[in-house]
Design a protein around this ligand. Structure first.
Ligand SMILES: [Zn+2]
Length: 70
């Protein structure tokens, strides 16, 4: 009977840890969706990390930046 009570505490502890972890799950979702920016030349949406920054806006490639800004 003593061990049964101890086992119950262990299970309660595991359940408690799982409950504490739950709020962390939405924060990991924030990494998924990326900011998409439209190319100023052709309008194609590209991820912010891949976009080429120009003086007149963002571009999908260096070729479009060069042809748009001359
Ligand atoms: Zn483009």
């Amino acid at each position: 009977m003593k061990y049964l009570f101890l086992l119950l505490i262990v299970f309660a502890g595991i359940w408690w840890i799982r409950q504490q972890r739950k709020p962390d799950q939405p924060s990991t979702k924030k990494l998924g969706p990326q900011v998409m920016l439209p190319c100023a030349h052709c309008g194609t949406h590209v991820p912010e990390d891949d976009a080429i920054r120009g003086t007149q806006g963002m571009y999908c490639s260096k070729a479009h930046r060069d042809s748009h800004e001359g």
